[in-house]
Design a protein. Structure first.
Length: 273
């Protein structure tokens, strides 16, 4: 595959040795770590993550760790321990983070970049000048954005821009597993994940509904492709692209979108005399 104009960092719905091999010639880096539940991303829960990082490094990938959507007092210590373990083994190049407490806890790690991820903007919060200056002061080097219209604000403040360029939207966040929280059922039964309409009523019978989790919704939607909609002037200000793949069958589609974007940004040939 020809050299891409931007590095592409891929997160897979399910990482395995075979999936890492499948993206080998299509991406510069792999993003490890599920937003909601590591049992979903890895066959053996978080215990597979170190093996996946070692495998990726052996193939020449950059390894990026995605911190969970919610870093509560129940989970933050385990998250920080995992980051330090990866960094100590030289298995980590960057961390995608959206929590200032986590940033401050890991900003002294040597050789590990801090990237502010798109989940901080999920609730219609857009990049702005004071925030960009604050993030720079915290050691953030790149900011991931969802909308091409946000590229200029980030780039103008000297930060690298990562555009989430291929993948579905996350429609809602689940703080914890809704099966366990509302129905008091063990995760292994997959009560909600197997439903075609993953919405349940509140256990206390109030007239509200709760979404099962964001990834259950992701599985029902086609990828939202953003690459083809970028103006060439904006595309040239992008530092890298991030993408979410539900399986190896989507690699070809991602490649095609990146090729189209590269073609649209190529300088026009000089007129012949």
């Amino acid at each position: 595959m020809e050299m891409l104009p931007w590095p592409v960092y891929v997160v897979a719905q399910r990482w395995s040795a075979a999936m890492i091999e499948a993206v080998r010639d299509h991406t510069k880096g792999v993003i490890l770590g599920d937003l909601f539940c590591q049992k979903r991303m890895f066959e053996n829960d978080v215990f597979d993550l170190l093996d996946m990082a070692q495998s990726a490094k052996s193939l020449g990938f950059e390894v990026v760790f995605q911190t969970p959507v919610y870093n509560t007092t129940r989970t933050v210590d385990a998250t920080l321990a995992l980051i330090r373990k990866l960094a100590g083994g030289r298995l980590l190049d960057a961390v995608l983070v959206h929590d200032i407490g986590v940033v401050q806890a890991i900003q002294e790690l040597e050789g590990v970049e801090l990237w502010w991820d798109r989940f901080s903007f999920n609730r219609d919060f857009v990049p702005n000048a004071p925030l960009m200056e604050f993030l720079r002061g915290q050691g953030i080097s790149r900011v991931e954005v969802i909308h091409p219209s946000h590229v200029t604000m980030v780039a103008d403040h000297g930060l690298g821009v990562l555009l989430y360029g291929y993948g579905p939207e996350i429609a809602s966040f689940g703080r914890i597993c809704y099966t366990e929280y509302f129905l008091n059922e063990p995760c292994e039964r997959k009560i909600l994940c197997q439903r075609s309409h993953p919405v349940i009523a509140s256990i206390d019978k109030v007239p509200l509904q709760y979404v099962a989790d964001g990834y259950t919704l992701i599985d029902k939607n086609e990828p939202v492709v953003r690459l083809s909609a970028i103006e060439p002037a904006l595309a040239r200000r992008i530092t890298g692209l991030t993408a979410y793949l539900r399986g190896p069958e989507e690699i070809e589609s991602l490649d095609e979108q990146v090729r189209m974007l590269r073609s649209s940004c190529a300088p026009a040939p000089a007129p012949s005399e």
